[in-house]
Design a protein around this ligand. Sequence first.
Ligand SMILES: Nc1ncnc2c1ncn2[C@@H]1O[C@H](COP(=O)(O)OP(=O)(O)O)[C@@H](O)[C@H]1O
Ligand SMILES: [Mg+2]
Length: 359
Amino acid sequence: MFLEKIFFENFRNIKDLGLKFSPSINIFFGENAQGKTNTLEGINIISTLGSFRTRKIKESIREGEKKALLKGEVNDGYGENTLSISFSRDEKKVLCDGKQPASAGSYLSVFPTVFFGPSDMEMARGDQSLRRKYLDRAAFFEDRSYIEKLRRYKRTLLQRNEALLKGVREIESWSEFLAAAGWEVAVKRMESLSKLRERISSIHCEISGGKEEVEIFCRPSWNMEEGPEGLKKALLESIEEDVKRGFTHHGPHRDKIKYKLGGREISEHGSQGQHRTLVLSMKLALLLWSKEKNGVFPAFLLDDPGSELDKKRLGFLGEFLDSYEGQVFIASVEENDIPSRGEREKKSYFVKGGEITAL
Ligand SMILES: Nc1ncnc2c1ncn2[C@@H]1O[C@H](COP(=O)(O)OP(=O)(O)O)[C@@H](O)[C@H]1O
Ligand SMILES: [Mg+2]
């Protein structure tokens, strides 16, 4: 599976763009503020329907324009699938092969990606929502139906939050639905984490020379041993407080995820170098995890790796990419930031002022 072509219209500083890619390594290079990250962001939106930069995707419409279009043709070895997303200030339209996709999972399975960029360091620094997102990605790679479970949970959470304004009877029934939906999310997150943890640890050992043990664990906001009933109980017991504060205090959206290195929480005690090694290990583990679980190498999107990784870590990343069989997109100032044996085909693209030229 690889992204063969893209078409962008009025996306950030890109007016219109059509490009063809290599199934191997693609490098966007050029000076700062030219559109390298924008291009990766567009590819990432086609893949995930979300941006690593903003929650409000409409902000990415080119200044002065009303509507943006991002379209990608994905080749899976048998045929082509076209993914497209167009959006204006108040409308968003998502299509797969010209039709509304049957489910979110069916769209998101066409072109899975893993992104690694400077903003991911927040994961090590303690950003809980990024940490949960990572687990959600892992669970999705293991079980494609997870995305429907997560969406059901989020919808039900919104409804319970709305009910908090209305009255106790409604809150009680929404608590029940939320407990059932939340349980499914929590179980899947736990399962994925328990298996992924070892892979993260072993990559981390390779990069760091095996000095400290990585531990990642998830602390739910209720006692999971009591099953879905436990969550229901916690939700019912907190109705009064939830009404007072206007939001739901229990459930997987409140999971606390801990990253420990040598027994100490990395956000408090880790050095910047340790943060970088951990986040890199987690991203690489995710790529291999997807391959192991569903046979697909996700495309790997790397934003400005040279700004975050030193020579040693870039060397490790280069070796990884040499043997990685999935498609890769790299955005960086220098064309050859990451050392490589040069066995994989590389295609370079020069980026300037929102225009991209294939070399
Ligand atoms: N909505 C937008 N409309 C027009 N230009 C935008 C928009 N959002 C960002 N830009 C421009 O995109 C450029 C940054 O592009 P970016 O891809 O982040 O640069 P880099 O090449 O350094 O990765 C900036 O010049 C910024 O002004
Ligand atoms: Mg950039």
